[in-house]
Design a protein around this ligand. Sequence first.
Ligand SMILES: [Fe+2]
Ligand SMILES: [Fe+2]
Length: 383
Amino acid sequence: MAAEEYFTVQVDLILLDGPLPYNLYINSAGDSGRVKFIRVFPRGDILLSDDLKELQRKYVQIYLSDDERDDFVQSLVKSSSVAIEDKTKVVKDSAINYLDKVFDPEKEFSTEVLEETIKGCRKNVENMVDLITDEDLSLSGLQKLIGNLSYHDFYTFDHSVNVSMYTILILKETRPESSKDDLTLAGLGGMLHDIGKVEIPLYIINKAGKLDDEEFAIIQSHPVRGKELIETQKKELQGVDFETIRDVVFQHHENYNGTGYPNKISGEDINFYARIVAVADFFDAVTTKRSYHTPLSLNDAIGIMENTVGKKLDPEIFHALKATVSDIGTIEKSHIILPDDFDACQPHNKLPIKDYDPATQDHNLFEKNKKFGKVKVSKKKGS
Ligand SMILES: [Fe+2]
Ligand SMILES: [Fe+2]
């Protein structure tokens, strides 16, 4: 990563009254069009509110070195005086910025790039784990925070970061005893699940219209391509379990009933984290605001996902996710359904929604779903 890159920082997000975990810079070249960054406040010193006001008075813009971006994000996540919306935006922007940089189309993708990617992603994911656990976010809370922050045309990075955050949250709910390392590993799997798409032409990735057979086959090759990429990474990286990441990347399009791809494996033969990523992937695909289609409400998203439980999604994981929806009251059974071959990793102009007709569905499945058709969840006091 180039050492001389800097980014502007919103002044009210700079940490006050404690040892500053990063240096502050200004661009001393002024309006000349050139850039010359000089340090105006050193890492480790205590920055007081008056110091900051003085810096603001003297300089138009304050910068941080890109090398210290992770320290900035970490200090922000840990700060009690920063709003959750700001924390989430910075965490998400930082992760997307990172992926944007390492997947520079000008750069050839190599083992070194992959190693750098995984190391950098790990730090980003750790910040996400801190955010989600410290703030004890629910699914609806997280969805409100990130669903509308999605503005990138290049679908994959924004989507990868969302899937990573949802994956962390779902694991935390499904297995509350999970350690920070477990949550980080799962989040890393979510972040990298579509890594195989770096080998697929952008026009196919971003094509929201109908893909022809050849294009469809190419896009469906991304789990295999991703697995092969991960396997080129021979070196050990501390704290990173490559086998799990490889399995998540390879198996996130397998369906619980064995109808997915590439290997049509089913049930517990699919890596547990891959099954979680499949739920997170689906949820992000239908709820996130994108240029491709109107997002579903949380209620419809949960309802539509419920219709695929046991087919596409793992029942245990889905119900753990559903249990985190704490503030939308009664969840109505959805009367809409997505086709069994709905592919969460593919953009859609319009979600291919159909009406749900129980008569045409597998009877047992319907009976099973009916049990969960109306779930009363505790409402907040006073609501
Ligand atoms: Fe995918
Ligand atoms: Fe995906």
